[in-house]
Write a new protein. Structure first.
Length: 708
C-alpha cells in the first residue's frame, strides 16, 4: 500500500558528483509536517524507463519525483506546492515544469505552437532562463512535459518495452497518463522551480531512432491524418536516402585519391583531392557534416611541411604593442552576404583592445575595400596568399609562417572546402585556432586542427557537437553594428519609387533560400497575402526580376518587386514596415539587421528541420518564427492591420537583438578568447559514426532541388 505522506526522489545516475550536488538541493527543501522523503539512486540502468520502473516498484511513496541528476530544485516550498495542486485536483496524475499543449507531428514537444513553463537551463552552453508561455491559473493542462523533472501521484508503468534508451520517455509517459484518464499539467511558477544544468544536449545517442519509435506507437491517436502525412514525406525520405548513397560513393572515390596521393608523398595533389571532396560534399550531402579521413590526410600534409625561408614580397609587420594579434583567415571575402560583415564587425568591436589582420587563401579579387580599411584602422595588415603562389601546399606553408610570426590567435572564416587551414595548423604549437562556423548547416573541411569552434546559434552548435565530431564549442552570436538608418522612410520610398502610404513587406536573402520544398512556397504564400490586401507590397532583395519572380510582379500589378543583389541594404530597411525571413532556408544576418532597426519580424520554421530556418538566441526569445502556415499568415495579417502592433513588436524585437548582438556581444567574445589554450593543440575529430536522421534526408533532397 502506498504511503500518502511520503515523497520519493528517483534518479538514474552515472555522474555521482553531479548527483551529490542535486541531493544537497533536495535535502534543503522544506518538508511539510508529518511527511517524509527518501531518495533512490539507480545506477547502471540500461534505459531510463527501466531505471524508473525499478525505482517505482521499490518505493511505497504516493508521490514520486523522477528527476535528472543535473536538476537542482531551488524552490524550497517545492514539496508543498506540488502536493497542494494534487490535493486540489485528484485528476491530475503528473506535473512538470515545462511542456506543450499539443504534440507536433515531429514528436518534439518544444516545436509545438503552445508551450508553457520556465526553467533555468544550459542547453545552449550558457545558463539562462528558458521561458515559454506563462501559466495564467494555478496550472495548465498539457499533452507532454519535459523529462527533466516529472512528479506523479499515481503509479503508471514506464514503457520500457517500447523505449529502451534515453529519449522520448517523457512524451510517452505523458500520453500513458492521459490514456489512463489523468491530466498532465504545468504549475504556475512565479519564479522557476528548477535549474537544469544539462549543457549541450547529445542528440547522437539514438535520438532519431526513438523519435520514430515514439511516432510509430502514438501517431495514429495523436494525428488522425498521420498516414497521409507519412506517405507525403516518403518521397523526400526515400529520395534523400538514395541521393546520400550515391553521393557517398563519389565522395569515397575522392577520399581514396587523396589518401593515395598522401601515401605517395604527393601532398599538393592530396590537398587538391581533399578540396574536390569538400566541394562535392558541400553541395551534395553525403550523410556526413565532416570527414575524419580527410582531416587526417590534411594533418599528414601538415606534418610534412618543412619550414624554410619564405621568399615573398611581403614583410610581416613588427609587433609594436602589447595588444593581442588576431589573424582572420578567409578563403574569399565578399561585398555582400553575412560572413564577411561578421568579421568586419568583429574587428570594429574589438579594435581598441586587439590588433586584427586578414589573410585570403584562395581568391583576393572579391575582397571589399571596407574590410581592408577596417584592418588598417585596427593597426593590422591585409595579405593575399594567391598573389604569392598557386600551390595549395605552399599556401599552407605561407599561412603557418605568417601566423607563427605574428598572430596570438587565428580565426578561420574559410569556405567549407578549403584544405589550407588544416594543412597549415595540423601540428601542435603556434597560436591557438578558432573555427568560426558561419556555414553551420553544411559539410565543413578544416575542423581537424582547431582548438575551439565558435557557433553563431544554438541550432548550429547541435550539429557541431552531434554530427561534426567536435568536442568543444562556444556560442558567438552575429555582431550587429549600431548604425542609424541614413534615410527616413519617406526619403527611402521616394528613391525606390514606392507609394508613401503603402505597407511594405521586406525580405532579403540569396535566391536559392526561397526555393519551394514539400509544399512550402514563400513566394506563393506571400503573394496570396499581397493579393488580398490592396495597399500592401513585397520588396525582395536577392532574387533577380526573372522567372517566377517576374511573373509575380505581373500577377500583382507590381505589388511584388524583386531587386536582385544589392550592396546598400539600408535603403530597403528604411523603406519597410514588416520584415519576412526567407524559407525554405532562413537568412540570419539580414533578419537580425532588420529587427535591430526596429522592424517586426515574421518567419516560418521548416517543420522537417527548424535548423534550416532561423533559430537564433534573440529570435527565439522574441518568438518571431512560427511552425505552421496558417499562423504565419495570421501573424503577418495582424501586423498589416495594426500600426501600433508593428511599432510595439518592432521595439520589443530591437531591444532583444540589441542586448544579445551588440551590448553584451563582447562578453561572448571574451569568453571565447579565455577558453583558448596558451598554444595550439591538435585533437582531430571524434571517432563516432553519426546516425543518419531526418536532417540528412531533407538536406540531400533539398540540395538536389536547388543545385540540379
Amino acid at each position: 500500500m502506498l504511503d500518502p505522506k511520503k515523497i520519493c526522489f528517483i534518479t538514474c545516475v552515472n555522474d555521482e558528483k553531479m548527483y551529490e550536488e542535486a541531493l544537497l538541493y533536495i535535502k534543503n527543501l522544506q518538508i511539510p509536517e508529518n511527511y517524509t522523503i527518501e531518495t533512490l539512486c539507480i545506477k547502471n540502468a540500461k534505459s531510463i524507463t527501466k531505471g524508473y520502473n525499478q525505482g517505482m516498484k521499490f518505493s511505497n511513496a504516493k508521490y514520486k519525483v523522477y528527476i535528472h541528476q543535473d536538476v537542482f530544485i531551488i524552490n524550497k516550498k517545492f514539496i508543498s506546492d506540488f502536493i497542494n495542486i494534487f490535493e486540489q485536483d485528484k485528476n491530475i496524475g503528473m506535473l512538470g515544469v515545462a511542456g506543450s499543449k499539443t504534440i507536433p507531428s515531429s514528436g518534439i514537444w518544444w516545436e509545438a505552437q503552445q508551450t508553457y513553463g520556465k526553467v533555468y537551463d544550459s542547453h545552449t552552453g550558457r545558463l539562462e532562463l528558458l521561458q515559454f508561455n506563462t501559466v495564467a491559473n494555478k496550472y495548465e493542462s498539457v499533452k507532454a512535459i519535459d523529462g527533466l523533472i516529472m512528479i506523479t501521484q499515481y503509479d503508471i508503468p514506464w514503457r520500457e518495452d517500447l523505449l529502451d534508451g534515453w529519449h522520448f520517455y517523457d512524451a510517452s509517459q505523458s500520453i500513458e497518463f492521459i490514456k489512463a484518464g489523468y491530466k498532465v499539467a504545468i504549475p504556475k511558477q512565479s519564479k522557476p522551480w528548477c535549474i537544469h544544468d544539462c549543457g549541450i544536449v547529445n542528440v547522437n545517442n539514438g535520438y532519431e531512432k526513438y523519435r520514430k519509435i515514439f511516432l510509430d506507437e502514438y501517431a495514429k491517436e495523436l494525428f488522425p491524418s498521420y498516414k497521409n502525412k507519412k506517405s507525403k514525406y516518403n518521397e523526400f525520405y526515400n529520395l534523400g536516402r538514395k541521393l546520400i548513397e550515391k553521393s557517398s560513393s563519389i565522395m569515397n572515390d575522392f577520399i581514396s585519391h587523396a589518401k593515395i596521393s598522401a601515401l605517395s608523398k604527393d601532398f599538393e595533389n592530396a590537398m587538391l583531392w581533399a578540396m574536390h571532396a569538400g566541394k562535392f560534399a558541400t553541395f551534395h550531402h553525403c550523410g556526413i557534416f565532416a570527414s575524419k579521413e580527410l582531416e587526417n590526410i590534411l594533418i599528414e600534409c601538415a606534418k610534412n611541411i618543412t619550414p624554410t625561408k619564405i621568399n615573398i614580397d611581403f614583410k610581416i609587420p613588427e609587433k609594436k604593442s602589447s595588444k593581442k594579434k588576431i589573424l582572420h583567415v578567409f578563403s574569399e571575402a565578399y561585398n555582400i552576404g553575412g560572413h564577411t560583415r561578421f568579421i568586419k564587425r568583429w574587428i570594429q568591436a574589438d579594435s581598441k583592445e586587439n590588433e586584427h589582420a586578414v589573410i585570403i587563401t584562395l581568391n583576393h579579387k572579391t575582397t571589399p575595400n571596407w574590410l581592408i580599411d577596417s584592418v588598417k584602422i585596427s593597426d593590422g595588415f591585409y595579405c593575399c596568399l594567391d598573389q604569392f603562389s598557386s600551390s595549395l601546399f605552399e599556401k599552407a606553408n605561407l599561412l603557418r609562417h605568417i601566423a607563427y610570426n605574428w598572430a596570438d590567435i587565428v580565426i578561420l572564416n574559410t569556405h567549407p572546402f578549403d584544405p589550407i587551414p588544416t594543412a597549415a595548423f595540423g601540428i601542435a604549437g603556434g597560436p591557438p585556432v578558432i573555427f568560426l562556423n558561419h556555414a553551420d548547416h553544411t559539410f565543413s573541411l578544416g575542423l581537424g586542427a582547431v582548438d575551439l569552434v565558435a557557433d553563431i546559434r544554438p541550432a548550429g552548435q547541435i550539429i557541431t557537437l552531434g554530427k561534426k565530431g567536435i568536442m568543444k564549442s562556444l556560442l558567438l552570436p552575429i555582431p550587429i553594428e549600431k548604425n542609424i538608418l541614413p534615410l527616413s522612410k519617406a526619403e527611402a520610398r521616394k528613391k525606390l519609387n514606392i507609394p508613401k502610404d503603402a505597407i511594405v513587406l521586406l525580405s532579403i536573402a540569396s535566391e536559392y533560400k526561397y526555393t519551394p520544398c514539400l509544399g512550402y512556397d514563400f513566394l506563393e504564400i506571400v503573394k496570396d497575402i499581397v493579393t488580398h490586401n490592396e495597399n500592401v507590397m513585397l520588396l525582395v532583395v536577392g532574387p533577380k526580376d526573372h522567372g517566377r519572380w517576374h511573373q509575380a510582379k505581373l500577377d500583382t500589378n507590381k505589388a511584388i518587386l524583386s531587386f536582385g543583389i544589392q550592396s546598400d541594404l539600408n535603403l530597403f530597411y528604411a523603406c519597410a514596415d514588416i520584415y519576412l525571413d526567407s524559407f525554405s532556408i532562413g537568412s540570419l544576418t539580414s533578419t537580425l539587421e532588420a529587427g535591430f532597426y526596429g522592424l517586426p519580424i515574421v518567419g516560418f520554421k521548416n517543420p522537417h528541420r527548424p535548423i534550416l530556418t532561423n533559430y537564433d538566441i534573440s529570435l527565439d526569445k522574441a518568438d518571431t518564427h512560427v511552425k505552421n502556415i496558417e499562423l504565419y499568415k495570421k501573424k503577418i495579417q495582424n501586423l498589416i492591420d495594426n500600426k501600433a502592433l508593428r511599432k510595439k513588436r518592432g521595439d520589443f524585437i530591437s531591444k532583444i537583438i540589441y542586448n544579445d548582438h551588440y551590448a553584451h556581444w563582447h562578453k561572448y567574445l571574451n569568453t571565447l578568447y579565455s577558453a583558448l589554450p596558451n598554444s595550439h593543440e591538435v585533437f582531430g575529430l571524434k571517432d563516432e559514426l553519426f546516425q543518419l536522421d531526418e536532417l540528412d534526408f531533407f538536406w540531400a533532397y533539398f540540395q538536389n532541388i536547388i543545385y540540379k
